[in-house]
Design a protein around this ligand. Structure first.
Ligand SMILES: Cc1cc2nc3c(=O)[nH]c(=O)nc-3n(C[C@H](O)[C@H](O)[C@H](O)COP(=O)(O)OP(=O)(O)OC[C@H]3O[C@@H](n4cnc5c(N)ncnc54)[C@H](O)[C@@H]3O)c2cc1C
Length: 420
């Protein structure tokens, strides 16, 4: 049965997954090879993947991002220019954790000591020259009074606990030069808007890719079959590792690479603020100075009447399993310690992400387990010049970001454009 929304069940290139990588790949192909037909096959009912904006205050008001929100390395981030090209607004307010940004109590002696301990930790990671990879907990100084803070910050960055992720991989992380900016209409809106010119089939979960035939690759979806001359696969590592897509002939090296580059977990809860004047704009605070089980809180992003709570790693998973009310109670308990007992009455739960349970993603961003950093290259290697792989986890230095995802998609498209 031919796929219903595509003419005759044949296409030059099928791109699987309409996240930042898939949209980037498809648009780049349209640009480089307008002679080729391209279709995006997306399992869910929307374009964007882990880039997802919601508009609780109306479509003209500021958007909230349940997934990526920051244009990291903004000056060299491809999405910055794309945002301006498609008519969205890039907001250059300094990120609260950066120079010129605001953190609650940032000049307190404790805050300075914690910041210095975290910086020292990342310097040790960057300078690591051991022959063997290690897990990040090996980079802690014994008896560091701020080790719990380092656990918390490490979890925000990798989505995993320190003892699960690779030192070498974090040392390679480099989102590129430039500050961290935002898109007022949302990063999710940006990716979805950029994807508009690409023919897209939603609700088309790919279950099998048969690349045994010489002439074409057969892609099986819940909506039927499609024959393509080339395919770009951009699904997350957790989707690949769970073998939600069966490859024929099998590709065990991809499954192994994906399994050793799992998705960590980060979730956001947005709390509605009844009396916004009680909080400063765009200010960051940690819920607890001395526990790794803490949220990070951004007070009134863009001045909107919300607090964005950010949870990572084991804490995020525990809270996701318990649901939005548990996330809310946990946040209120932490905010009460700073703003006083009555604060809970001014707050209510607005929206939360649950990325671990998101059926076609299964987590937030990839980290490398020890000795797995080089597998990012294995994951991204094309097969026979016609089966390509992209997605944030394939990026050596910009993994875990939406612009890293875009770059891997665009590179796959460039390579494909030359061979097909
Ligand atoms: C809470 C959170 C905060 C983040 N913050 C930032 C940030 O501030 N800045 C930043 O740069 N990055 C951030 N990230 C990371 C960023 O969102 C991701 O790295 C990026 O969006 C991944 O894009 P991708 O295209 O590789 O994968 P995805 O977005 O996962 O896209 C893959 C697509 O494939 C689809 N799919 C899966 N299985 C199938 C199938 N069988 N058939 C068809 N389609 C399928 C999925 O539905 C999905 O749409 C954050 C992520 C989260 C969750």
């Amino acid at each position: 049965m031919p796929i219903e929304s595509w003419k005759g069940g044949e296409v030059d290139v099928a791109v699987i997954g309409a996240g930042a990588a898939g949209v980037g790949a498809a648009r780049q192909l349209q640009l480089l090879r307008p002679d080729l037909s391209v279709v995006l096959l997306e399992a869910s009912d929307r374009v964007g993947g882990r880039a997802r904006s919601i508009h609780p205050f109306g479509t003209d008001a500021v958007a909230l991002d349940l997934g990526c929100g920051w244009l990291h390395g903004a000056r060299s981030n491809a999405w910055t220019g794309i945002a301006e090209d498609v008519g969205l607004t890039v907001d250059r307010t300094p990120a609260p954790w950066s120079d010129g940004g605001h953190r609650l109590g940032q000049d307190d002696a404790d805050a300075r000591a914690a910041g210095a301990a975290v910086n020292d930790f990342f310097e040790r990671v960057d300078d690591y020259e051991g022959d063997e990879d290690a897990d990040l907990s090996a980079m802690l100084s014994p008896d560091d009074p701020w080790s719990e803070r380092i656990y918390a910050v490490g979890a925000f960055m990798t989505g995993g606990e320190l003892d699960k992720s690779s030192v070498i991989d974090l040392g390679r992380y480099d989102p590129g030069p430039g500050p961290d900016w935002r898109v007022r209409q949302g990063y999710g809106t940006l990716v979805a808007t950029y994807g508009l010119p690409v023919p897209t089939v939603l609700g088309a979960a790919v279950s099998r890719i048969d690349h045994s035939g010489a002439d074409h690759i057969v892609v099986s979806t819940g909506k039927g079959e499609l024959r393509a001359k080339a395919v770009i696969v951009t699904v997350s590592t957790n989707v690949l590792a769970a073998e939600r897509i069966a490859f024929w002939p099998p590709l065990p090296e991809k499954i192994e690479a994906a399994s050793r580059l799992p998705l960590g977990l980060a979730n956001k809860l947005f709390l509605r603020v009844a009396e916004p004047q009680m909080f400063p704009d765009d200010t960051h605070m940690m819920g607890s100075p001395h526990s790794r089980r803490t949220g990070g809180y951004q007070l009134k992003p863009f001045g909107a009447p919300v607090i964005e709570a950010y949870f990572a790693a084991d804490l995020a998973l525990d809270l996701e399993r318990q649901g939005i009310d548990a996330m809310f109670d946990f946040s209120v308990e932490q905010l009460t310690r700073v703003f006083g007992a009555d604060i809970g009455k001014k707050l209510s739960p607005l929206a939360a992400s649950a990325w671990a349970g998101e059926p076609f993603v299964g987590g937030s961003y990839s980290y490398a387990t020890p000795r797995a950093s080089d597998l990012r290259g294995v994951l991204g290697e094309p097969r026979d010049g016609r089966l390509f792989f992209a997605g944030e986890a394939c990026s050596r230095a910009r993994y875990s970001t939406a612009h890293g995802a875009y770059e891997t998609g665009a590179s796959a498209a460039e390579a494909l454009a030359k061979t097909l």
